[in-house]
Structures are given as structure tokens and as C-alpha cells.
Design a protein around this ligand. Structure first.
Ligand SMILES: [Zn+2]
Length: 373
């Protein structure tokens, strides 16, 4: 493993993009951000908003996909209050057994701020089984759920003739190596790593009935073009669309954060109290991601903080060493109960994804051969 010279982003991320001096793409972007003409981007965004208003035939100018978290709150409030848009929120909800109470409270808070919302709730049996198959075949708990989370929004937009979809951050710019575009255009979102072009062949191979997968099916490029649907990343147009601002803005608007043991990075592998609020399986997924690629959520959070001048590299290394990939047993138990796996089965799958090129055995523990330093 090699690490970015500025932050601690490793080169093991799929599609990682380091330049010849050893600096990762998000750090290069951050270094150039001060030279960005944000006024010009704001004007571009206002033009898009005007276009959406003039194209409105349904009563809604845009759709905002929401989980109810910090980014959702910021997007919804910004579109309505700053851009004067009339948004319809679309929430593809986790099944009740998976969604946390704080996640439910947060979506309720968002609606209570004065928004209309369509709830899309794919059937829990298919959801549960697809999650199990995605986990065993790809070592990714969210492999299946990303499909409806991303497909539901353009499907509703097309069905309701709503011209614009406003996503939050551009994952390629924020995290690097995710495919898609490096600007405000989200029309190629489905070609990102997780969505792989909306590929569902692996679900069909596992004998799912296509009729049960309506909400998992991303609209074709032709359907999106025909509907003249425009998908954008709000984060591209704003100089302060980031965790450091979205978190406090959303808390001020009533967001419920993690607290107590659920906010302890030792147990969650997550430094932020307002991050991943709606599902607690994330810690297990990040733990497995670290087995595969050598980094998890804390590494990403620290890299972002270093990149934006909010943490020095030594602290990033220290926090990542202490907390990255942490996952309390209760989160794994909850995931096993939800999917019907035994804990032995869970660990067999998880360990099968550990990459022996980057891990070595040290007594009873696994250690990264090349930790960040
Ligand atoms: Zn970097």
C-alpha cells in the first residue's frame, strides 16, 4: 500500500487516481478549490434553477433524494430557501427492522420543516435476501440496497415529469476513484463503482424474480434522455457543501445525532456524530471494506479533514490507527439477525475478503503490512 503525500488516502481504493508526485485526486481538487470561481458556479446553478422552474409541469421544480441525514437537510433547505425551488423529497426507506430510530426521527424532522415527501419502501423480504446475496458474493452489505436508493429517484422524476434531480456531493470529488463525472453533472452516476451501470445480473443469477426488482432497476440512458431529465451534484456548485458545514447547519435545523455508545468511534469506526445516522450496519461494512482494501470510514474522514486543513497528518494517522474498521459485536449481531446469517457464517464471508497482500498475521491479530505513517 502507498499513501497520498498530503492526506492518508491509500492507492488500494478501486480506481484510485494518484498523480506522478504521489498526490490523490481529491487532494489535487482541494488544492485547486481556492482558485475556483465560485460566483460563476453559483450563476450556473441559478441558471439551472431557472431552467427547472420554467420546465415545471407537475408543480415541483426538482426532486431531492433524501435519507434524512445531514446532507439531505442541507440540500432540501438550500434548494428551497436559497434557490427558491419547490422540491419534492424522495426517500427510499430502509425496512423498519433496519432503519434506526434516529433515522426515522430525522426523516420526520425533515418533512416537518415543510416539505412534501414520497416514500419508496421496497418489500423487506426481497431486500433482506438481496442484502444477503450481495454480502456473500461481493463482501458488501450495501451492494443490493444502493440499487433502489439510487434508482428510485430518477424513476419517480420520470413518472412525475419532474425535470431536475439534485444530489449532494459528487463522490468522485469527495472521495476519489468512484467513476462518473468530475463536475456538476450526475447523469453518469450509475456508472460509479457501487452501481456498476445499474447491473443486476447478479440478482437474476441468484434467481430473483425480475417483477420483485422494479425499484432496483435503474432507468436506461434512453429513458433519462427522453424525459430530458437533468441530474446534478449540488456540492459541485457550493464552496461549503461539506461535512463541516452540513453537520452543524442540519443540527441547528433539528437533526438528531449519534450519542452515547453509538457515538463512540472505538465501537463504530466512525468519528462523526452526524454521520450514517439511519443504519447501524455501516460499521460492519466499513470493517469489511478495510479487510479488502486496508482502509475504512475513519481513514476517509481523516483524509478529508487533512485535505481541508482541519487536522494535521499526525493526528489523522493516530485516529486512523486507533479507530479505523472498528465495529462492536452488537452491530454484527443485528446484521445477522436481519439477514438470517449465523455469526460464524458472517465471519467466514468477511474473512474470505481479507486481502493477504496487505494484511499479515501478528500473533492472534491481523495487522496491515503497511499502515499509514
Ligand atoms: Zn490525498
Amino acid at each position: 500500500m502507498k499513501y497520498c503525500k498530503v492526506c492518508i488516502e491509500p492507492n488500494t481504493r478501486p480506481d484510485a487516481d494518484f498523480d506522478e508526485t504521489g498526490i490523490c485526486m481529491p487532494c489535487r481538487y482541494a488544492a485547486e478549490a481556492s482558485a475556483i470561481d465560485w460566483d460563476a458556479r453559483r450563476r450556473e446553478l441559478e441558471e439551472i434553477a431557472e431552467w427547472a422552474k420554467s420546465t415545471n409541469v407537475s408543480g415541483y421544480d426538482c426532486i431531492i433524494p433524501v435519507s434524512g441525514g445531514k446532507d439531505s437537510h442541507r440540500q432540501a433547505l438550500y434548494c428551497r430557501d436559497e434557490l427558491d425551488l419547490k422540491p419534492l423529497l424522495v426517500s427510499c426507506a430502509y425496512p423498519p427492522e433496519e432503519q434506526t430510530d434516529r433515522g426515522a426521527a430525522n426523516i420526520a424532522n425533515l418533512i416537518d420543516l415543510g416539505f412534501d415527501c414520497i416514500y419508496v419502501s421496497p418489500g423487506p423480504e426481497t431486500w433482506r435476501r438481496a442484502m444477503r446475496v450481495g454480502f456473500t458474493r461481493f463482501g458488501n452489505i450495501y451492494k443490493s440496497t444502493e440499487l433502489p436508493l439510487y434508482a428510485a429517484t430518477p424513476k419517480v422524476a420520470i413518472a412525475y415529469h419532474i425535470p431536475l434531480v439534485v444530489y449532494g456531493e459528487n463522490p468522485a470529488i469527495s472521495w476519489g476513484g468512484a467513476g462518473g463525472s468530475l463536475d456538476g453533472d450526475a447523469n453518469r452516476l450509475k456508472y460509479s463503482n457501487t452501481l456498476s451501470g445499474g447491473d443486476m445480473s447478479w440478482l437474476l443469477d441468484a434467481a430473483f424474480d425480475p417483477d420483485d426488482l422494479y425499484w432496483y432497476t435503474y432507468p436506461s440512458d434512453e429513458d433519462i434522455d427522453r424525459a430530458r431529465l437533468r441530474l446534478i451534484y449540488l456540492g459541485y456548485y457550493m464552496d461549503d457543501f461539506n461535512d463541516f458545514v452540513n453537520g452543524p447547519v442540519s443540527v441547528a435545523a433539528g437533526l438528531t445525532c449519534r450519542e452515547g455508545a453509538d457515538a463512540d468511534p472505538e465501537q463504530t469506526g466512525n468519528l462523526e456524530v452526524f454521520d450514517a445516522l439511519d443504519c447501524d450496519f455501516l460499521s460492519a461494512n466499513q470493517m469489511i471494506k478495510r479487510m479488502k482494501f486496508g482502509f475504512g470510514k475513519v481513514s476517509e474522514q481523516c483524509s478529508m479533514a487533512v485535505r481541508w486543513g482541519r487536522m494535521d497528518r499526525a493526528e489523522a494517522v493516530d485516529k486512523t490507527t486507533r479507530y479505523d474498521g472498528r465495529c462492536a459485536p452488537r452491530f454484527i449481531r443485528a446484521f445477522c439477525e436481519f439477514t438470517g446469517l449465523t455469526e460464524d457464517e458472517f465471519w467466514d464471508v468477511a474473512e474470505s475478503y481479507r486481502n493477504p497482500d496487505i494484511w499479515e498475521r501478528d500473533g492472534n491479530e491481523w495487522k496491515l503490512k503497511q499502515p499509514p505513517e
